[in-house]
Design a protein around this ligand. Sequence first.
Ligand code: TYC
Length: 102
Amino acid sequence: RSNDDGDVGLALKTRPKTKRPPLYKVMLLNDDYTPMEFVVLVLERFFGIGHAHATEIMLTVHKKGLAVVGVFPFEIAETKVQQVMEFARRHQHPLQCTMEKE
Ligand code: TYC
């Protein structure tokens, strides 16, 4: 069909498509060896989290085993994970950072 607006109306239900990108949770995992201060530094440096909140998040990971530290579109989440993993590797800490679709 066609209409006076000139669209051919292939989409029969014409809802304007404003699809948001899927978001990904970036998580830190606990381990027995990474120093607490190093984890706090990671949260400050790569996630822009202030010292007090970074300390709270680090203690949550320490106690519960993991915590979500941020939620981002895929490419940004992937970059955060890479940055944290590389930083931990360079300092020879076993800290693990992962992402999963929200
Ligand atoms: N469990 C570590 C310790 O006792 C601290 C730690 C916290 C390690 C958070 C990793 O993601 C982590 N030194």
